[in-house]
Design a protein around this ligand. Structure first.
Ligand code: UDP
Ligand code: UDP
Length: 428
């Protein structure tokens, strides 16, 4: 969902500015959340063309995360898009592809004679990925300001599937016409300026910050309304969610429950016990226990299933967010000026946790490591939840970030200008 969501939002943003958009939907998707979002998106934006793309199934040598398998299957199938796209009418003027398929996307665009734009997440992670191409084995890795401890663990395994794929995508980044980012200038000013001033890799394409991406208002069938939230005082509830695909261990779930209870704050906790939503069939009582639900029934709500996160983050009762710092979650929080507690799970998320802390949007307890690396005790969690909910200077700095994010996407704002400039370039 962390890659599908920005793709759908970008498609909506372009479509609402009179671009004719064709959305390529790899079939079959992995999760129910993907299928329901694509269906709801196409219903809400009837002028968007749908191009179903049957991907060639991929069987990994050993059992792997189903989303990683899907990424690999898509990557291995991308070249099959060339004949399909050649016959789209009216003819295409550009091809936009996610950073995970940048290498194949670049090839397709080149075969069709189209400009290629890469859709990526943050400026910092995009430039980090690009810097791989200039890394040296002596440890000099091009971007001196990178903290080795935040580097995703698979990068230390050169034969890891993830690493191999990223290296080929990194090369394609340098050849793109532009790199569209769901970020805004004030969130990552140094990285954006130094890359765009040519101080990073010579002739590197422009970073095009056009975020925070505007939410699309989709009607997803199983969204649960939350009347409970409406009854809570302003900024009294901490929202706890680890994205669309985090399966937390039972022990960690128990400690998180203890921590939330001990913090004394009200909480809205979205639980996920399996990576793929279709396999996640237990009710909340079975996971956190009847006694926890009974004890906390006046103070908290535990939910299983898909929630409308943006609606929750916009609710006046919500005052803080405990998050795995997926980039979409970071931007959704930033634009609302909501303080967050970063608890990175995997991949690029320590980079984001570092950014969140550096800009003053939230706090990150580095000693917790990756989510799942060690059992973080209830009392440690309670302490950090209190910090996020009570620290007034953090709330003030988060509010300023929220204002900067809103200003960026307003007519005439920095992100608005870059988006309009990009669209203008498409028709040249
Ligand atoms: N999301 C949501 N409801 C859920 C879980 C996730 O609306 O129950 C949305 C969330 O708002 C975000 C996206 O799904 O837009 C998740 O992306 P993110 O980058 O935060 O994390 P990922 O799920 O990819 O790890
Ligand atoms: N932009 C770009 N390449 C593109 C599309 C847009 O560099 O393919 C950027 C451009 O650098 C500028 C912004 O989009 O920062 C606005 O573009 P516009 O043409 O409106 O302004 P200009 O920079 O020409 O004054």
């Amino acid at each position: 969902m962390g890659h599908l969501t920005p793709a759908l939002r970008l498609a909506a943003m372009l479509s609402s500015k009179n671009c004719q958009v064709t959305l390529i939907t790899p079939q079959p998707p992995v999760s129910t959340a993907e299928s329901s979002h694509i269906a709801a998106f196409l219903a809400a934006y009837p002028t968007v063309n749908r191009l179903d793309f049957q991907i060639v199934p991929y069987t990994p040598p050993e059992p792997t995360d189903p989303f990683a398998v899907q990424f690999e299957a898509v990557i291995r199938s991308v070249h099959l898009l060339t004949p399909l796209l050649a016959s789209v009418s009216p003819p295409l003027s550009a091809f936009f592809s996610d950073i995970t398929t940048a290498a194949g996307g670049h090839q397709v665009a080149e075969d069709l004679g189209l400009p290629h734009y890469v859709v990526s997440l943050s400026a910092r992670f995009s430039s980090f990925v690009a810097s791989i191409t200039v890394w040296k084995y002596d440890g000099n890795h091009g971007l001196a300001s990178f903290d080795i401890s935040t580097i995703p663990s698979p990068f230390f395994l050169p034969n890891h599937l993830f690493t191999k794929t990223l290296v080929s995508n990194a090369r394609a980044l340098s050849k793109a016409k532009g790199i569209l980012l769901n970020t805004f200038h004030a969130f990552e000013p140094e990285t954006i300026t130094s890359v765009n001033d040519g101080k990073f890799i010579p002739d590197f394409p422009p970073l095009l910050p056009i975020g925070p991406f505007e939410p699309h208002k989709l009607e997803i069938g199983d969204h649960k309304p939350l009347p409970w939230l409406d009854q809570q005082p302003p900024k009294s509830v901490v929202y706890v969610s680890f994205g669309s695909r985090t399966a937390m261990s039972r022990d960690q779930i128990r400690e998180l429950g203890k921590g939330l209870e001990e913090s004394g704050f009200k909480f809205l906790w979205v639980l996920k016990a399996k990576i793929v939503d279709k396999d996640d069939n237990e009710g909340p009582e079975e996971i956190v226990g009847d006694s926890f639900i009974g004890r906390t029934k006046h103070n908290g709500l535990v939910i299983k299933g898909w929630v409308n996160q943006e609606e929750i983050l916009s609710h006046p009762a919500v005052g803080g967010f405990v998050s795995h710092v997926g980039w979409n979650s970071v931007m959704e929080t930033a634009v609302r000026g909501m303080p967050m507690l970063a608890w990175p799970l995997l991949g690029d998320q320590k980079v984001y946790a570092g950014l969140v802390e550096a800009v003053g949007l939230g706090v990150w307890e580095k000693s917790w490591g990756w989510l799942g690396e060690r059992l973080v005790k209830g009392e440690e969690i309670a302490k950090m939840v209190k910090k996020v909910m009570c620290d007034e200077s953090l709330r003030e700095s988060a509010t300023i970030i929220g204002e900067e994010g809103m200003n960026a996407i307003k007519v005439g704002g920095s992100s608005y200008k870059v988006l309009m400039g990009t669209i203008q370039n498409l028709s040249i």
